[in-house]
Write a protein that binds this ligand. Structure first.
Ligand code: NAD
Length: 431
């Protein structure tokens, strides 16, 4: 099938490369010229395991191409996916400017039937507005349909998640659109939920908000565990074995971050309010999440007494492992708070340092590995649970640190073992 993808970021590029790999002809569009120039050469401008190889293979086979022109994709594709960003506005509402711009631009170039599919995460009723906008600017009165097909992939395992989804959601009122998308997704062998556009949009916001709720729930439990000396990992295990609950997303820590959960929770609270419903539950989910960062900072202060002038090492900058994405990363908040108190920060991340350097500049020292971070450190803070931090030479760390203090925001170490080795060790929700 001929497919156009507008927005070639984490979602758009993975979608485009995967559809191309399945034999479709895909044109990926982006308004960022630099990004398109790199992609044309087969260079992926961000880190996602396996993606560059997939892009290169399909570029070579001429199933995948890149352009800065929406017109090119609209003229040459039957299905047009919108995968542009939907960032938060200062009040938490989703900024749908990119979606609107793209909808108008698509409408301007329509010359025969097209199916426009909303893949970006958007508040309920956005599809209705996309349809309205295209109708208004579709001067030639060309036939078109709109569908919602939210994406559930996770950065770090995006290709696997895209190709082997738990479910595919297709929201549309049109039989033709439903048939086209069923055909496109046939090779996936995954359950498909057909529904109306509003329900499809709500499935995405509700799913992300539910995941955020699970994280905040277990973090609240962790805070109780700390008060009574219980172990949140055991509690999560005991809860998670119940099939009605499930173990996933019950990892206590410093809270969720990234480009999706914080913004989607905010946007859901906002759209609910606009519709006349006060989503109090989600407001508390958000508050618990923000509080986890404060709790971590308090642990650092309680361990070091005075922060000013202390050498604090940060392990992990990306918002989660296997990505270089630092949008809304807890690391940035924590570093900011420590810098305000005049700590000296050294940090390391296996992938996210180039992006972090652009934001943090020379306010912190970027190191070549965890041992350089630990040199003369008064405290090491584990912020992202990269696998390579799980097998560090702890004796070596202890020797080079000024004080053997580890604050583990992701519970990657065994508290008993570290204490036996002479560390002052504080995890989340366990002693
Ligand atoms: P991103 O910022 O990585 O990519 C968006 C791209 O759209 C950018 O490259 C930007 O230059 C481009 N763009 C903006 N306006 C454009 C225009 N007018 N024409 C062409 N290109 C334009 O964002 P992302 O992480 O890929 O997220 C995209 C959407 O998918 C968001 O709504 C997000 O919530 C959702 N989503 C993201 C993930 C994830 O893990 N990143 C997962 C599921 C859903």
């Amino acid at each position: 099938m001929k497919i156009g993808i507008i927005g070639s970021g984490y979602v758009g590029l993975v979608t485009g490369a995967c559809f191309a790999d399945l034999g479709n002809e895909v044109i990926c569009v982006d308004s960022d010229k630099e990004k398109i120039d790199l992609l044309k050469k087969g260079t992926v401008p961000f880190y996602e395991p396996g993606l560059e190889e997939l892009v290169r293979r399909n570029l070579k086979e001429k199933r995948l191409s890149f352009t800065g022109e929406i017109k090119e994709a609209v003229k040459n594709s039957l299905i047009i996916f919108i995968a542009v960003g939907t960032p938060p506005r200062p009040n938490g509402e989703a900024d749908l400017t990119y979606i609107e711009n793209v909808s108008r631009e698509i409408a301007r170039h329509l010359n025969s039937y097209r199916l426009i599919v909303e893949k970006s995460t958007v508040p309920v009723e956005t599809g209705k507005w996309i349809e309205h906008t295209i109708r208004v600017f579709n001067r030639r009165k060309v036939k078109f349909d709109v569908a919602s097909n939210p994406e559930f992939l996770r950065e770090g395992s995006a290709i696997q998640d895209f190709l082997r989804p738990d479910r595919i959601v297709i929201g549309t009122e049109s039989k033709r659109a439903r048939e086209i998308l069923s055909e496109l997704y046939k090779p996936f062998n995954a359950p498909i939920i057909f529904t109306d556009i509003n329900s499809a949009e709500l499935i995405k916001h509700a799913s992300n908000s539910f995941l955020a709720t699970k994280i905040s729930f277990i973090n609240a439990i962790a805070n109780i565990c700390e008060k009574v000396g219980a172990d949140v990992i055991k509690v999560a295990e005991g809860m998670g074995l119940d099939k009605r609950i499930g173990r996933a997303f019950l990892d206590a820590g410093i809270g969720y971050g990234g480009s999706c959960l914080p913004k989607d929770v905010d946007a859901f609270i906002h759209i609910a309010e606009k519709l006349g419903y006060d989503f109090e539950l989600l407001k508390v989910v958000k508050k618990i999440n923000e509080n986890q960062r404060e709790i971590l900072l308090k642990k650092i202060k309680d361990s070091l007494w005075i922060i000013k002038g202390k050498n604090i090492g940060i392990l992990g900058l990306s918002f989660k492992p296997n990505t270089d994405d630092i949008r809304n990363a807890p690391s940035l908040e924590i570093i900011d708070a420590l810098l305000k108190e005049e700590a000296n920060i050294r940090c390391f991340d296996p992938q996210a340092m180039p992006k972090a350097k652009k934001i943090l500049k020379n306010r912190v020292l970027f190191c070549k590995d965890p041992y350089e971070v630990a040199k003369n450190a008064d405290c090491l803070v584990i912020v992202t649970e990269w696998n390579e931090f799980k097998e560090l030479d702890l004796l070596r760390l202890k020797k080079i640190m000024r004080q053997p203090v580890i604050i583990d925001g992701r519970n990657i170490y065994d508290p008993r073992k570290l204490k036996e080795m002479g560390f002052r060790y504080l995890g989340v929700g366990r002693e």
